[in-house]
Design a binder for this molecule. Structure first.
Ligand code: ATP
Length: 779
């Protein structure tokens, strides 16, 4: 994110007037968009309006178009649905409706519109923009507006933000609301699994998605469902036979539960709809050769839309809202209408109509049974996830196995503190290994466990994986194979090298945080002394602190953010129920302020203190004065609590307790302050679907990377810098970075974090949207 400095001088030009609207089906996070647009627009010296009830409000005008104040959107981040309402508006499909809408815009002086909605809403918006000059001419021609009235509004500026639970718009990896809906689905599936397993039942779960199978597919990946039906990719053969084979195989393996997830728009290869009832009938068929399972159908319906947004959607909504205002202010009459997209981890502006067109093409492709095209029009992540899904459910099929000579023995090891998604990563990597004929071996309890060899375990705690057991790990928190912080040098490098040799490992797959990174660094440096270490080694970063060099995202960090967001929402609520209170919440994260900053962004914190900046008396003074000012101006309309997030290592002196005491002392009873420390709650119980799905996708990529070296690759490995590497998401790409380069150029070793913090600019967004005053910051 570029800097958010105010670039508009009110003295020089009239204030720009921007309207924001939510339209189409509601989705969690829409309120976050409105809050960000309202506050960012005010910050940039613009007037900002909310259009209530979608296009309906634009057509009706009057009090449906309301000027918004800074305080009008307080607390909106934690509210579900959309507080400015949404509707399907028939009138807007017709020109007369759009004509009235244009008149209402001009009457309010609005010449820029930020719309958060699905592809229908965005299509309507683009049509409106294209017609705008002719609509104004018509309004003048029929005498509804005077010529000089329309002069300042020659061009309508539109920016789209995709708000949809389906994640169905081409060109963006995520739409605002999709991860909240996915979380809801996975939560339900997790519940259902318990009862399914108890009774040895089968469940057919129908999820939303008429033309888009994203929710169904990712729910399948995240929960390890047995079978998934999506609109874009029907089974090539008879789906009945395909499903029966898979379910039968899983039952024969010993699985006690069967979960089938079906998108509402699922079809067979001939384009016929596949209904949950048909699937149930097949699963419960008691005739000879039938599966004969006790099968139930659960249709999730509108619970998928409900509830407050997950952390990811709040961050997405906020950053996209901020970017949309920037896009409005930078647009010229020649600028193509854009929408704000997310590619992997990068917010980008993209041409709106191209994306809408491609989205429509997917639906056409599905309708005309051109499924290859439908899949190709989805983004790469979708295709990757589809392949991941197929890999993890077709483990025992012989077809994909490599030739004997290419099969590898791969050691799996978890290092550091547990993080959400570690088990999902191990499960997916094991599945991939088995499907290719490799031999995956579990090394229990990190390097410490590896090195601890008793008489009865002369080769350390190493054993082959049992697929039936591992298959149940998709949604489990913690680390099933055990994790430990000990580094190889502490365990004894010679011993580790000998054990690797004795086991005949051809590669190591390591999942963990900064300790894991450090461990690989030690192994790499010891290669000259111990030839057995010349095997490919790959790290999949997993730590709630998100402080591993080489990636902008670590497994577990999303789970942690969700835990913190839930925690902060509850605390905020408790404050509003009692008195005016400031909570100072201490977050984990080591010397990396990522978790504090992103949770601050997700809950609308008043301030965030991070180790990258430290805490000075000047900062505390400014923030205390700001709080005093806020509470002085607040005449009781808002009793909601304020939150300050402070990373555990932000300062050696000012910890959460002391900061809360300082605030309390300075508040002179006008408000109060408490510290609150969520502690290990942040490591999460059930991992978030994002952590689980990314775990699956990245883990499979890691094994594919290791597989590229083949067996006995010692000489080749020695010369190849990528033979010890970290997989990471960097900007819009998934990349493997060589350890040596990261160690030498990318790591701030004393602070155990990457040299550059990709997220640092987000701290400024927290400040701007929290209304924090400007003051000099430490270098
Ligand atoms: P969802 O993803 O929930 O379906 P959506 O934005 O696609 O959201 P729609 O019902 O298709 O939902 O569109 C919302 C509104 O946008 C419509 O009620 C209508 O007012 C307007 N709209 C949609 N398509 C057009 C169009 N082609 N021309 C003009 N207005 C349109």
């Amino acid at each position: 994110l570029p800097t958010l400095q105010r670039n508009r001088s009110p003295a020089m030009e009239p204030k720009k007037k921007i309207a924001v609207m939510t339209s189409g089906g509601d989705s969690p996070g829409m309120n976050g968009v409105v809050r960000a647009v309202v506050r960012m627009a005010i910050h940039m010296n613009c007037d900002v309006f909310a259009v209530y009830e979608g296009y309906e409000g634009l057509v009706r005008g009057g009090d449906q178009i309301k000027k918004m104040d800074w305080h009008d959107v307080r607390g909106w981040l934690s509210e579900g649905g959309t507080l400015i309402g949404t509707a399907r508006c028939m009138a807007f499909y017709e020109r007369p409706g759009r004509l009235t809408a244009a008149k209402n815009m001009v009457l309010n002086g609005i010449d820029a519109l930020i719309i958060c909605g699905g592809d229908g809403s965005l299509t309507g918006a683009d049509k409106f923009r294209a017609e705008w000059p002719s609509l104004l001419e018509e309004l003048v021609a029929n005498g509804e507006l005077a010529k000089d009235q329309i002069t300042p509004y020659k061009h309508l500026n539109i920016v789209g933000i995709v708000g949809s639970i389906d994640n169905d718009l081409s060109g963006t990896d995520a739409t605002v609301g999709c991860y909240s809906a996915l979380s809801r689905i996975c939560e339900m599936v997790d519940y259902i699994e318990a009862t399914a397993s108890s009774h040895s039942r089968a469940f057919v779960i129908e999820v939303m998605g008429r033309h888009c199978g994203w929710l169904a597919l990712l729910a399948g990946v995240a929960t390890g469902a047995d079978f998934v039906f999506i609109p874009e990719r029907p089974q090539e053969h008879d789906w009945r036979e395909d499903m029966s084979v898979v379910v039968n195989r899983h039952r024969q393996m010993g699985k006690r539960k069967t979960i089938v997830i079906v998108a509402e728009g699922a079809r067979d290869k001939d384009g016929n709809k596949i209904s949950p009832e048909e699937i149930r009938d097949l699963l419960s068929d008691k005739t000879e050769g039938g599966l004969g399972l006790d099968t139930r159908i659960t249709t999730l319906g509108h619970v998928q839309r409900g509830g407050t947004a997950v952390a990811y959607d709040r961050v997405l909504a906020t950053l996209q809202g901020v970017e949309a205002v920037r896009a409005v202010l930078e647009a010229t009459p020649e600028t193509e209408t854009c929408f704000i997209a997310m590619n992997e981890n990068k917010i980008v502006r993209k041409p709106l109509m191209k994306a809408v067109q491609e989205t429509k093409e997917v639906a056409h492709a599905v309708d005309s049974k051109d499924f290859e095209k439908a899949m190709s029009l989805r983004d790469t992540e979708f295709a990757d996830q589809y392949n991941s899904y197929i890999t993890t459910t077709n483990v025992l099929i012989e077809d994909h196995k490599l030739q004997e000579k290419n099969r590898m023995k791969i050691g799996f090891i978890n290092v550091g503190a547990p993080a959400g998604g570690m088990n999902a990563a191990v499960r997916a990597a094991v599945a991939y290994c088995l499907s290719r004929g490799h031999e995956p071996m579990a090394i229990h309890n990190g390097f410490a466990g590896f090195a601890r060899h008793h008489d009865d375990k002369p080769l350390g705690s190493v054993r082959p994986f049992d697929w039936l057991e591992v298959d149940g790990w998709a949604s489990k928190g913690g680390s099933e194979i055990g994790t430990n912080r000990e580094l190889p040098e502490e365990s004894g490098m010679e011993l580790i090298a000998n054990l690797i040799e004795q086991h005949g490992f051809d590669a190591l797959f390591i999942v963990g945080g900064f300790e894991a990174f450090h461990a690989i660094s030690q192994l790499r440096k010891a290669r000259d002394n111990y030839p057995s270490l010349c095997i490919p080694i790959c790290l999949l970063p997993a730590t709630i602190s998100n402080n591993v060099p080489g990636t902008e995202y670590s497994l577990g960090s999303d789970t942690c953010l969700n835990e913190l967001v839930n925690y902060c929402d509850k605390i905020k609520q408790s404050a509003s129920a009692t008195r005016r209170r400031v909570f100072v919440i201490e977050t984990q994260g080591g010397r990396c302020g990522y978790v504090a900053t992103l949770s601050g962004l997700s809950v609308g914190a008043s301030a965030v203190y991070i180790p990258e900046e430290g805490i000075s008396l000047e900062m505390l003074n400014a923030d205390v004065n700001h709080l005093k000012d806020v509470f002085r101006k607040d005449r009781g309309q808002s009793r909601a609590g304020r939150l300050i997030l402070v990373n555990e290592k932000a300062s050696k002196v000012y910890d959460a307790k002391l900061i809360a005491s300082i605030i309390r002392e300075e508040a002179h009873d006008r408000f109060e302050s408490r510290e609150s420390i969520p502690g290990h709650v942040q490591q999460g119980g059930v991992p978030s679907p994002m952590d689980r799905c990314r775990a699956v996708r990245l883990a499979i990529k890691c094994i594919q990377h290791l597989e590229g070296y083949g067996r006995n690759a010692h000489n080749r490995v020695k010369k190849d810098p990528n033979s010890t590497s970290v997989i990471g998401i960097q900007g819009s790409e998934v990349v493997f970075s060589p350890m040596k380069m990261l160690e030498e150029q990318g790591t701030d070793w004393p602070n155990r974090r990457p040299k550059t913090a990709h997220w640092l600019a987000m701290r400024e967004v927290v400040d701007v949207l929290g209304g924090r005053p400007d003051y000099p910051r430490p270098e």
